[in-house]
Design a protein around this ligand. Structure first.
Ligand code: SF4
Length: 522
């Protein structure tokens, strides 16, 4: 019997940017006695389902974008006589769909670490249940990835998770609804062991694949301190203390380690936190800017962000602590007007962002925006190839329209055209070259910066917001070619000798040095 874990994709690049963590985590959760385990990531190469035979067990993880390809694989696997189990965010939101259209014998909803082995056991004994509710497990139950199963030389960045859940409630995001609003943090020692494992294997660029790396803000602490009951304050302080303990442990890693994470911009108000990030080698962060006006922020329930000049200052705050920002902007908010596009580009440039992405407001399933958009379509939504657009992910790729939130004054085409123009201007050769001066030092590093910027733009702008399939295919081909030299830029030297103990002692030595420096400068 073979057990497959499959990450479906209708487009393959040969090289992956970030390791699909869930594949390797579920590999850890797979008991060794079930037979051969095969991990398939279709973002690298497409998978021929003819390999699946009767009695195999096929686990397929889907998000909305790859659900249809997942259903194709599931249907073929079931026809071949295999047991089919679906999981992932989309299957959690639409378990019936996976059964009706994807050939699922079982669907795992929520976290998979504990539910997947249960589903496996039942499939192996021929009695799968239709659903396994994985719920939201606590941080001490998070598993590391089985990185020994990684194919060599195929990914640019590794990924490690340190916290699930986000206390915010942005209207366009499903994270707080699927992963919950209570942060669930993983034990420091577990995170450190996994990172040391990855460094031994030659990964020095590692994405901290967290929902929000800064789950407790100074404002949260101030508000809790005003309450009579001190229990909330104690809880928040404990979460914050754990964050600092983690960053202190990461500080002992070899100095060429580079982490990238996702964080809210409130962290810029917290110099102590930013300083700890810098020491922990967290050199880049995706920051959801979303909108540059107070009206835009209100549109997406993100009032905790700044706008105008204060926004520029906050974003620059990251750079002052050596943290490069990938700023994420959303276009097509109800309050956006033609001038919003230029205003956003100006903020992106003035705020010294190293990278930026400009996305169009899209109703993703599981979000508040999606619920409002679905309702606005009425009982009989328009159909494409017989499928209602409210289930657009089920429309075959060649005919699938891009769906966006309706806008009061601009058409989707106008928003797309203006968004594309902002990408073009932010990523013009001249702009990238000038940004490279502030980002890196040597000419070689500046050329690498240009290459990475261009590939980033190609992978995300042209395959993400373009509607013309010829352009998408051209971009995918170009990205495929560029991905190979790009991966080499990120490859590190394997460090088989690296031990957690040596990281811990370097961390202690670093702390003593800092204390000494502090004493000498007093
Ligand atoms: S967009 Fe970011 S801050 Fe907002 S809910 Fe999602 S994860 Fe949290």
């Amino acid at each position: 019997m073979t057990i497959y874990l499959i990450n479906p994709s209708h487009v393959s690049f040969g090289i992956g940017v970030i390791t699909p963590r869930w594949l390797y985590v579920l590999a850890s959760a797979t008991p060794a006695d079930f037979g051969e385990l095969r991990l398939i990531d279709e973002t690298l190469n497409s998978f021929d389902t003819a390999a699946i035979t009767a009695g195999d067990i096929v686990g397929i993880g889907i998000h909305t974008g790859n659900a249809l390809r997942g259903y194709e694989i599931g249907t073929a696997a079931r026809a071949a006589g295999a047991y089919v189990v679906f999981g992932g965010i989309h299957a959690t939101l639409y378990p019936d769909e996976a059964r009706d259209l994807g050939g699922a014998h079982a669907v795992v909803t929520g976290d998979g670490e504990q539910a997947w082995p249960m589903a496996l056991r039942d499939c192996a004994s021929g009695r799968p249940r239709p659903q396994y509710d994985g719920g939201r497990i606590e941080g001490d139950k998070f598993l590391p990835g089985r990185w020994d199963l990684l194919p060599a030389g195929r990914y640019m960045w590794a990924s490690v998770q340190t916290v699930r859940g986000c206390p915010k409630h942005c209207s366009f995001c499903s994270v707080w609804r699927t992963d919950g609003q209570r942060p669930r943090q993983r034990y420091v020692e577990g995170v450190l062991e996994e990172i040391v494992d990855l460094r031994r294997r030659g990964f020095r660029f590692i994405a901290l694949a967290d929902d929000n790396f800064y789950p407790v803000t100074l404002d949260d602490l101030r508000m809790a301190a005003r309450r009579q009951d001190s229990s909330q304050l104690e809880r928040l302080e404990a979460i914050r203390a754990e964050r600092f303990a983690l960053m202190e442990a990461l500080a002992g890693l070899p100095s060429d380690t580079v982490f990238f994470t996702q964080i809210t911009m409130e962290a810029a108000e917290d110099p102590e936190f930013l300083e700890a990030m810098r020491r922990a080698h967290i050199k880049g962060a995706l920051v959801g800017v979303e909108a540059v006006t107070p009206e835009g922020l209100k549109d997406v329930y993100k009032n905790f962000n700044e706008s105008g000049e204060a926004l520029v200052e906050r974003l620059r705050g990251f750079r002052r602590h050596g943290i490069h920002v990938l700023g994420s902007f959303i276009f097509g908010l109800p309050s956006d007007r033609a001038e919003t596009f230029d205003a956003s580009l100006t903020v992106a440039e003035r705020a010294e962002l190293t990278f930026a992405q400009f996305v169009m407001l899209t109703p993703f399933p599981g979000t508040l925006d999606f619920a409002a958009w679905e309702k606005s379509l009425g009982a009989e939504p328009p159909r494409v190839t017989g499928v209602p657009v409210s289930r657009h992910w089920l429309i075959p790729q060649a005919n699938r329209p891009k769906v966006y939130m309706n806008h009061p004054v601009m058409s989707a085409d106008e928003i797309r055209r203006r968004t594309q123009a902002v990408w073009d201007r932010f990523y013009s050769f001249r702009s990238i070259w000038s940004r490279s001066r502030g980002a890196v030092r040597s000419v070689k590093a500046r050329l690498a910066f240009v290459l990475i910027s261009k590939i980033y733009r190609q992978m995300y702008a042209n395959t993400g917001i373009a509607t013309d399939s010829a352009r998408i295919n051209r971009s995918a081909r170009w990205a495929r070619l560029m991905a190979i030299p790009c991966r080499r830029l990120f490859a590190g030297r394997p460090m088989p000798e690296l031990q957690v103990a040596s990281v811990r002692s370097r961390q202690k030595a670093g702390r003593m040095l800092e204390m000494l420096n502090g004493d000498l400068t007093r």
